[in-house]
Design a protein around this ligand. Structure first.
Ligand code: ZN
Length: 280
């Protein structure tokens, strides 16, 4: 009788363990940081039906607290633009990049120094996502090998990358990826290869305990209207890959119940709680 009870207790314990193991791991919290604005004079290159219209794309960085350390996703417009009252004008005035609050200041407000960040990944290396990469040379960099090899190859400018933004990462520890990667090994943060906007573009899947899973878009899509229409911008590196990557994200969302957080979308961006507040 005693043995039966002991066995029953052991089975109950095992059952309890199994249900804990079934619950997916989550990160502790995530900060959505305002990382600039990009004022576009003519939307034609981003959305053909909106040719002639102007727009303000918001820009964000995302700071993730995991039990194993801090991870930063995207680094925003360069903090140097904060000193330019009219912003930094590129593409013959087609795009004006503004940085009202430097990323370094936003991190300080949270109580995190750039050197505290051990994990760095960027959706891609365009200037509005890699603008402050040089601050994080102490972190391990997670990048698709195809993007990395062009970034540190002879002609990054041909791909729209400005080497000066990330030159200090040349000697950083790097994990070169050829596809998806589970950053902490527990399923809570997954880098998903999503090429098309650039050659090695990627998106980030993050599991939050209360909010649920989210996909941080990078530039797999720029706004909600383009997402609804599955519209590929004319400026993308590869249109076919872009369409496949959007499909991949949609399937990931269907499978996991994840919401899509579109980095540049002006309406969605306004509704997000910004750092030093955070989401869990
Ligand atoms: Zn962008």
């Amino acid at each position: 009788m005693r043995r039966t009870l002991a066995l029953g207790a052991a089975l109950a314990l095992l059952g309890g363990c199994a249900s804990i193991a079934d619950r997916p791991a989550t990160v502790e919290r995530m900060y959505v940081i305002s990382c600039g604005e990009n004022h576009v004079k003519d939307l034609a290159r981003w959305s053909a039906p909106d040719a002639g219209k102007s727009a303000v794309f918001l820009n964000h960085c995302y700071l993730i607290k995991h039990a194993r350390g801090w991870m930063l996703w995207d680094t925003g417009n360069s903090d140097a633009f904060a000193a330019l009252p009219n912003g930094n004008s590129v593409l013959g005035g087609m795009l004006v990049q503004i940085m009202r609050k430097p990323l370094a200041g936003s991190l300080k407000e949270i109580g995190v120094a750039p050197a505290d960040i051990q994990y760095l990944a960027m959706s891609h290396l365009h200037g509005d996502h890699a603008g402050n990469a040089n601050l994080f040379a102490a972190a391990t960099l997670y990048m698709q090998a195809v993007e990395y090899d062009i970034a540190f190859g002879p002609e990054p400018q041909k791909y729209g990358f400005q080497a000066a933004n990330y030159a200090k990462l040349r000697d950083s520890r790097v994990v070169k990826l050829a596809g998806d990667h589970d950053v902490f090994g527990d399923g809570s943060v997954l880098i998903k290869a999503a090429p098309g906007h650039t050659i090695g573009h990627q998106v980030l899947f993050v599991r939050l305990a209360q909010t649920g899973p989210v996909v941080l878009s990078g530039d797999v899509v720029h706004n909600a209207a383009n997402w609804a229409a599955k519209r590929v911008p004319a400026l993308n590196f590869n249109a076919d890959q872009s369409a496949v990557s959007m499909q991949m994200v949609e399937q990931l969302m269907a499978r996991t119940g994840a919401k899509l957080w579109i980095n540049h979308d002006p309406e969605q961006g306004k509704s997000m709680p910004k750092s030093p507040a955070y989401v869990q």
